[in-house]
Each structure stands twice: as structure tokens, then as C-alpha cells.
Design a protein around this ligand. Structure first.
Ligand code: GDP
Ligand code: ZN
Length: 304
């Protein structure tokens, strides 16, 4: 890490724009004179010092950076250093994510259990805590909703149930996001991620997509990643909907991405150290676990 001079300011990359990076700086760090020139949060269009490229330091949305040479009139600056990342989500590329809120609609499109698992595995792979957000709960009855909530509980996950239409569960969700530094909304297209962001941050008015009546699937809308402020010091990112996130991991580490397998593996050991929990003798993984068949199918895919 380079020495940080007193005229450097710390900020967070909130978006990438062509060859530029948009960095948000908390203006509480500015001197009185500087403050007169800007509002509470300052967003600067930044370039990066070429020496950062030589050092191989890539910068993505979510990275904590130091800027200098601030031009307050034109809102420009230069990034001179970047802090080591605490986590990194690969697709979409976002650094320092602390919570992945996986949005899954109970209906329209119908909840797909394996797809939900794939999203959970993606977060587990990046070592980021996932939260399941069940959306469009106005479309099912309480009994069916509890079925899903209990299922995810057995897998080892918390879920929050929301409806934009009936304004249900939204306050709990806001509370959760405001307690979190950087939340990423993930999930397939059409589940209501954009509607949720628009509801939480009404000033944004992002365009939503229509769920095709025939396919009951969302149409794909691509947007670049941007971080939005939600409460003081908390950020929220929308991501383009991926319908089938790819599982990339070592076969030997795959089982530990399932909390219900993980708890078994921490309490007891399989007979063989390199056990892949298939049909090995002395394996401690219970083949009756609900996600075991999903594990087996995807393990074969990872191996091949
Ligand atoms: P995204 O692709 O995940 O960003 O989904 P959108 O926010 O674009 O929403 C897709 C469709 O679902 C839109 O037609 C929304 O009006 C609809 N939708 C969003 N939230 C709800 C909800 O809580 N209930 C119902 N019934 N429909 C919703
Ligand atoms: Zn085993």
C-alpha cells in the first residue's frame, strides 16, 4: 500500500463509465472551504494513476479507493491507490459485498428450487452471506409461503418475504439493508429486483421489465452495475438478472458450500480425507438430505 498523503480522500467506486470510474466521497471529510463547493455526498468522475495499472491493481465497483487532485468545479479527480478487498463477487464484478440478497419470486416466474440453490452456491463460493428474499408473495397463500420458508430454513438459510404490490415485508427488508454496508440484489430476471429498488429509492425510477404472460419469465434487461445509497453509509446494488449462474469451484470444496452438509462435516469426518461424498464407505453425508441429488448432479458437471 502506498503512503497516503493528507490531501488524499477515501471513497468508494459506485459505477464504471467507459474508461472512467465514479467515486463517491463522504463530504464530512472535507474542510469548511471545500464543503461550500459541494453537497453532502460528492460523486467524482475519476481516472486512475497509470502506476496502478503497472502494479496490476484492477479496480471495480465497490472498491475503496484514495483520490487526489480534486477539481471541485468539474467534479473530477484521480485515483491514486486502492485498499485490499474483503470479498469479490465475480459476476457481476463487485468488490467488498457484505450481503447477497437473492430475490426469488414465488410466482411469475414460479420458484425454481435448483435455480435458487445455484444463486446460493454463487454467494457461498465468494464467501459472502446470502439472504433469500421471496418476492411477489401477494400471488400465493400463507400455507405455500411457509412451505418455502421452512424448506430454506432446513437448508440453513433465513428468508424475508415481500410484496411490492401489497407493501408487505418492505420495512424489515429496509432495516436489514440499512444495517449492511454493501448489499447486492441478485436473482433471475423478472422477479422484481428493479421494482424493489425503485420502491426503496423512489428518486431513481429505473425502468422495469414486463414478465411475459406466456412464458411467465422476465425479459432480459441489461444494465451496468451501480451502487445506490440506502441510509447513511449503506449501499445497494442491482445486478442484471442471470437465470443460470455458473458454479465454478473445486470438486473437493463443493460440499462445504451447502450449510446443511457443512454442519455435518464440522461435527464428524468421512473415512477418506478426499471424500467427494458419493458412494464412498464411511461417508458422513446423509444421502436423504433434500439437496443431495442436486449436489450429485452438479458435482458431475464440475468434474467433467
Ligand atoms: P427484475 O427483472 O427482477 O428487475 O423485475 P422487475 O422489477 O422488472 O419486475 C418484473 C415484473 O414483476 C413487473 O411487471 C412488475 O410489475 C412485477 N412485480 C414486481 N414486484 C411485484 C410484486 O410484489 N407483486 C406482483 N404481483 N408483481 C410484481
Ligand atoms: Zn463423504
Amino acid at each position: 500500500m502506498n503512503k497516503i498523503k493528507s490531501n488524499n480522500f477515501k471513497g468508494i467506486v459506485v459505477a464504471l463509465k467507459a474508461n472512467f470510474l465514479i467515486v463517491e466521497i463522504d463530504s464530512q471529510v472535507f474542510t469548511q472551504d471545500d464543503l461550500k463547493k459541494c453537497s453532502e455526498k460528492l460523486r467524482l468522475l475519476c481516472t486512475r494513476r497509470s502506476k496502478l495499472d503497472y502494479q496490476g491493481l484492477f479496480i471495480d465497483v465497490g472498491d475503496v479507493v484514495f483520490v487526489e487532485s480534486i477539481d471541485y468545479t468539474n467534479k473530477r479527480a484521480v485515483i491514486v491507490d486502492v485498499e485490499p478487498r474483503k470479498s469479490f463477487l465475480k459476476r457481476p464484478a463487485i468488490a467488498n459485498v457484505t450481503l447477497v440478497a437473492i430475490c426469488i419470486s414465488v410466482e411469475e416466474p414460479l420458484l425454481d428450487i435448483d435455480q435458487t440453490s445455484r444463486f446460493l452456491i454463487t454467494a457461498e463460493c465468494a464467501n459472502i452471506k446470502p439472504l433469500i428474499v421471496l418476492t411477489k408473495i401477494d400471488l400465493i397463500n400463507k400455507c405455500d409461503l411457509n412451505f418455502y420458508i421452512n424448506k430454506f430454513k432446513l437448508w440453513g438459510y433465513d428468508s424475508l418475504a415481500v410484496s411490492i404490490k401489497n407493501v408487505q415485508g418492505i420495512n424489515l427488508l429496509i432495516e436489514r439493508f440499512r444495517k449492511t454496508k454493501l448489499t447486492v440484489l441478485a436473482g433471475p430476471s423478472g422477479v422484481g429486483k428493479t421494482s424493489l429498488i425503485n420502491h426503496l429509492i423512489p428518486t431513481l425510477s429505473l425502468p422495469t421489465s414486463n414478465v411475459s404472460k406466456k412464458l411467465k419469465r422476465g425479459t432480459h434487461t441489461t444494465r451496468h452495475v451501480e451502487l445506490f445509497a440506502i441510509g447513511h453509509g449503506s449501499l445497494l446494488a442491482d445486478t442484471p438478472g442471470f437465470n443460470r449462474p455458473e458454479i465454478v469451484c473445486e470438486p473437493s470444496g463443493f460440499a462445504s458450500l451447502f450449510p446443511e452438509f457443512r454442519s455435518k462435516l464440522t461435527n464428524s469426518q468421512c473415512k477418506f480425507r478426499n471424500c467427494l461424498h458419493r458412494d464412498e464407505p464411511g461417508c458422513v453425508i446423509n444421502k436423504d438430505l433434500e439437496r443431495y441429488s442436486f449436489y450429485r448432479e452438479n458435482l458431475e458437471e464440475i468434474i467433467n
